[in-house]
Design a binder for this molecule. Structure first.
Ligand code: SF4
Length: 311
């Protein structure tokens, strides 16, 4: 499958079937914590990257194979609101199934009236808000030049007025960037203006785009939870292991997951219970020799990461 992955387990979305409607690492931000590395297709122009019908054909196929799905999640290796066919895609998926649709987005394009209207049929929208000032926004998310935080927030507010379903906001907390009490209080003020249904805090559990990014200490996370009135998903998602397409060779299965996020050795082992650790190590070594993946040390752990220069 080119556009569909999973289902993957998610704390917020249960058993989630992913749809990726955009080319790899196409985004209007290049966040310092991005687990896909620095943005290579840095753009704020919406495009019809792929035909909607091609994606829908794969969705039909996946729905025939997978019956118990909690959410169909539009996400991808970048920013899904950049896909010009998004509105049509949502409508056509709605015709196929009653499974709820979630969209994971940075939310920048919610500043546009047409984009807000296009996603009204979604059941849950999960945008990101990591900063309260333009300066902090530029330091953490490094948005495309014409994107301003003030317009993004205004877009969130306008979207809230017309969107009747759920908005679950995520805040990525980074040590010494946005985890101090003042920043947390200012972010909370913005959340109060947007009026979201839920707030989640997360931390960069996987190797980030910039190696100097660090996870806040646990005492600051406790304070953050209180101030932001948020639930923490920090450290949780990484414990969950993706399900894979058992039909394809282990080589492809590993590569497909690593294109979406890095994995630790132990996680790769759990994916293939019928293979010995020695066999899996040898497979990983082969992939490394082919220059497809590389080991990265982060937070005292070794991760395998996809080398995006090979795309
Ligand atoms: S974290 Fe999301 S919004 Fe930020 S650069 Fe990566 S894909 Fe884009």
């Amino acid at each position: 499958m080119k556009y569909i992955y999973g289902p993957v387990p998610s704390r917020r979305l249960g058993k989630s079937l992913g749809i990726s409607p955009i080319p790899d690492k196409t985004c209007n931000y290049t966040c310092i914590y991005c687990q896909l590395g620095r943005t290579t297709q840095y753009t704020n122009s919406r495009e019809m990257f792929f035909p909607v019908e091609e994606i829908i054909d794969e969705v039909k196929c996946a729905l025939n194979q997978e019956k118990d799905i909690d959410f169909i999640t539009i996400v991808g290796e970048g920013e899904p609101l950049l896909y010009e066919g998004l509105g049509a895609l949502i409508s056509e998926v709605k015709e196929l199934t009653s499974t709820p649709i979630a969209i994971i987005t940075n939310g920048a394009l919610l500043s546009r009236d047409d984009v807000r209207k296009e996603i009204l049929e979604a059941d849950v929208v999960l945008p990101t808000l990591d900063a309260y000032s333009e300066e902090m926004f530029r330091k953490i998310n490094r948005p495309f030049k014409d994107i301003k935080l003030v317009n993004v927030i205004e877009g969130f507010r306008e979207f809230r007025k017309i969107f009747k379903n759920q908005i679950w906001l995520e805040i990525m907390l980074i040590k010494d960037m946005n985890d101090d009490v003042k920043s947390l209080k200012e972010i909370r003020k913005l959340i109060d203006q947007i009026k979201v249904d839920r707030v989640y805090i997360n931390v960069p559990i996987r190797p980030p785009a910039e190696s100097w990014v660090e996870i806040p200490p646990s005492n600051r996370l406790i304070v953050a939870q209180e101030i932001l009135k948020a639930e923490s998903i920090a450290h949780f998602e990484e414990l969950l292991v993706d399900s894979v397409d058992r039909e394809s060779p282990p080589f492809n299965q590993i590569l497909n997951i690593l294109k979406r996020h890095p994995l630790r050795n132990e996680q790769v082992y759990t994916l293939f219970p019928s293979m010995s650790k020695k066999e899996i190590d040898s497979l990983l070594d082969d992939m490394k020799s082919e220059d497809l993946i590389e080991p990265i040390e982060y937070n005292n752990k070794t991760f395998w990461e996809f080398k995006r220069s090979k795309l």
